[in-house]
Design a protein around this ligand. Structure first.
Ligand SMILES: Cc1cc2nc3c(=O)[nH]c(=O)nc-3n(C[C@H](O)[C@H](O)[C@H](O)COP(=O)(O)OP(=O)(O)OC[C@H]3O[C@@H](n4cnc5c(N)ncnc54)[C@H](O)[C@@H]3O)c2cc1C
Length: 320
């Protein structure tokens, strides 16, 4: 007989971790967290630069915490340590390297969750897989020969390179500020001025720009890339071009539509999942929380609050 969990949570980022912690605290006995990476919090591990400041109040979003999982300002490292402790102290059953491929509700009302190596049964399922598994890519074609120097995070960067960072959000600003310590960096944003930066990042960008330590190329978009002897030739929409050693796109992520459709979740006209006020999808008992359920942006605190609401909803419905 297969084990039927009270709840299986798919995706071990802030929302998934808070969901399993809240579930345990609310009397759910059999709780399982499935994470496709070899450890939890892949977005934080892969897309936050080392020693990044992690703000509780992020992008001006509401930072009031409603549930039992607290959160304070810190760094990438202290945030990962904190989530380690939450999983350890609450003795959460986790399965890493478990990429969920599909979730099907059987006639019995029990969900069957399939990974490439295992299957699980659950009374309730929460999908909290974020959006950064699919970082946004530009609309123009990237020449395959440039793949090693066209990046979506800082993993491949070293020093003394000429780098262009593309994007107008906090991730782009933080990447540019960090890289400019060791590289010749240009920050490119298609709009004339930054409208989405928090005060600290905007001040850091402008201070470096005023000290001639960071180049800004604002109000101009990129039309395409060409391979110029292994370097990236960036063609801008104003007819100019420039050659860089590396280009880094920090232009957000998008909803994994195929996965949600496979799970039977109804999507709206923008292909975002439709959920009610408790984050329950069109499939009863299947909840969706964190970045993936938001039209724009997202934050750790919002993800923690979604987790709280989901668990309260399941508890109120007596579905454990
Ligand atoms: C560069 C950057 C800087 C940021 N800085 C801040 C900040 O300072 N403060 C702040 O509050 N927010 C910040 N954010 C936003 C914050 O990281 C997100 O809002 C938050 O991580 C969302 O949590 P989540 O649990 O919804 O998704 P994620 O953190 O994206 O976690 C999703 C998890 O699901 C896993 N997964 C994906 N698909 C599957 C699958 N099929 N099966 C199993 N597992 C799967 C992924 O590997 C990942 O571990 C930042 C974001 C970025 C990109």
């Amino acid at each position: 007989m297969r084990c039927v969990y009270d709840i299986v949570v798919i995706g071990g980022g802030p929302c998934g971790i808070a969901t399993v912690v809240e579930a345990k605290a609310n009397g759910f006995k059999n709780v399982l967290l499935l994470e496709k990476g070899d450890n939890h919090s892949q977005t934080i591990r892969k897309f936050y630069k080392d020693n990044k400041r992690v703000d509780k109040s992020y992008k001006g979003q509401d930072s009031t915490i409603h549930g039992i999982v607290g959160f304070d300002d810190g760094t990438k490292e202290s945030t990962l340590d904190y989530f380690d402790e939450l999983l350890d102290n609450n003795e959460i059953d986790t399965a890493f390297n478990s990429e969920v491929e599909s979730v099907k509700k059987e006639d019995s009302g029990i969900f069957h969750i399939t990974t490439s190596t295992a299957g699980y049964g659950a009374k309730n399922v929460v999908i909290s897989i974020g959006k950064m598994g699919r970082p946004n890519k530009p609309s123009y074609k990237i020449p395959p020969s440039l793949n090693s120097v066209v990046n979506f995070n800082l993993d491949s960067c070293s020093s003394n390179e000429k780098i262009i960072v593309v994007g107008g959000g906090n991730s782009a600003a933080e990447y540019a500020v960090d890289l400019s310590e060791r590289n010749d960096v240009t920050l490119n944003y298609r709009k004339d001025k930054f409208t989405r930066l928090n005060d600290i990042n905007e001040a850091a960008v402008m201070a470096l720009f005023n000290a001639n330590k960071l180049n800004l190329k604002l109000g101009v978009d990129i039309e395409g890339l060409e391979n110029e002897s292994g370097k990236v030739k960036v063609i801008f929409t104003d007819g100019t071009s420039e050659i860089f050693d590396r280009i880094i796109y920090a232009i957000g992520g998008s909803t994994p539509v195929d996965f949600l459709q496979k799970c039977g979740v109804k999507l709206d006209a923008d292909k975002d999942p439709i959920v009610d006020d408790d984050y329950e999808s069109s499939v009863k008992g299947l909840y969706i929380g964190g970045d993936i359920v938001l039209k724009h942006g997202g934050s750790i605190v919002l993800a923690l609050n979604h987790a709280h609401k989901v668990i309260q909803s399941i508890k109120d419905k007596g579905n454990i």
